[in-house]
Design a protein around this ligand. Structure first.
Ligand code: NAP
Length: 248
């Protein structure tokens, strides 16, 4: 029997790592994508202790050539993909619009949005058909409300929500579903990065420090546990919806 294969981006750290490890323990084969690092190597070793066909695949979502190379590896190792979790995300640059350099701004949109389209397109023929494939994009509250100094992140997450809905629309004919999920405030490196921003660059800095000090961040393991049923079992009827883990 072929085990269900899921592609998870941003699987080296934080929420993506927790999702990958828990899903592997539950019997899924995981292709764990991130840029090369010791953290990614460690994830691969952990994955293979519970799921021998799981692997890490190096991929820089800011680079179309790297996405193509990663897709070649996926295609060489799978004839069907049960789902993709587009989890990788970059909040930087945390800078006001007038101060953000064009390169950093565009890079964020590339990682958060353009890379999602490019990766999906490259492996589209491995999705759907007789069996449903499930795409999950990891959204954010920042897709719905503007946050000062997060323009690249807000724009790309808002675009990602609409991309997910477009994917759902087109996927109906191919047995491919697509949902977006906002994960709440998760205790990961991204939150540490946000709290480390110079206050002059980020008007909301204190509110993020307060959330941390008040113990309101949720562990990535706990959020992954909430997400997995949606990632692995959402229905075609739910395709096109946006969920928030705090409302599940
Ligand atoms: P994180 O700990 O910073 O992890 C981000 C992941 O994205 C890492 O695995 C990182 O891998 C990967 N990534 C970043 N740039 C990449 C690139 N150029 N190419 C490939 N992978 C890249 O963040 P997290 O908090 O777990 O975030 C996971 C998702 O949740 C993101 O989409 C984020 O926007 C969303 N989210 C998080 C929160 C929160 O409170 N933490 C709230 C709302 C939404 P490498 O750096 O190793 O390549």
């Amino acid at each position: 029997m072929t085990l269900p294969i899921y592609v998870i981006t941003g699987a080296s750290k934080g929420l993506g790592r927790a999702l990958a490890l828990q899903m592997a323990e539950q019997g899924h084969t995981i292709f764990a994508l991130a840029r090369p690092s010791e953290a990614l190597d460690e994830v691969e070793a952990l994955l293979q202790s519970s799921s021998e066909d799981s692997m890490s695949i190096e991929c820089d979502l800011a680079d179309l050539n790297s996405i193509a190379a990663a897709s070649t590896i996926i295609k060489a190792n799978a004839s069907f993909i049960s789902g993709i979790v587009h989890n990788a995300g970059a909040v930087a640059p945390v800078k006001p619009i007038k101060g953000a350099t064009g390169g950093a701004w565009a890079r964020s949109v590339h990682v958060n949005l353009i890379g999602v389209q490019a990766l999906t397109q490259q492996i589209y023929h491995l999705l759907g058909g007789e069996q449903q494939s499930r795409i999950t994009t990891i959204s954010s509250g920042a897709s719905l409300r503007p946050v000062g100094s997060w323009s690249a992140y807000c724009v790309s997450k808002a675009g990602l929500d609409m991309w997910s809905r477009c994917m759902a629309e087109e996927g109906q004919a191919h047995n491919i579903s697509s949902i977006a999920v906002a994960p709440g405030v998760v205790d990961t490196g991204m939150q540490l990065e946000i709290r480390s921003t110079p206050s002059e660059d980020f008007p909301s800095l204190q509110s993020f420090i307060d959330l941390h000090e008040q113990g309101q961040l949720v562990s990535s393991a706990a959020v992954a546990g909430q997400l997995i049923p949606l990632v692995t079992t959402h229905s075609m009827e739910q395709s096109g919806q946006r969920f928030d883990v705090r409302e599940l």
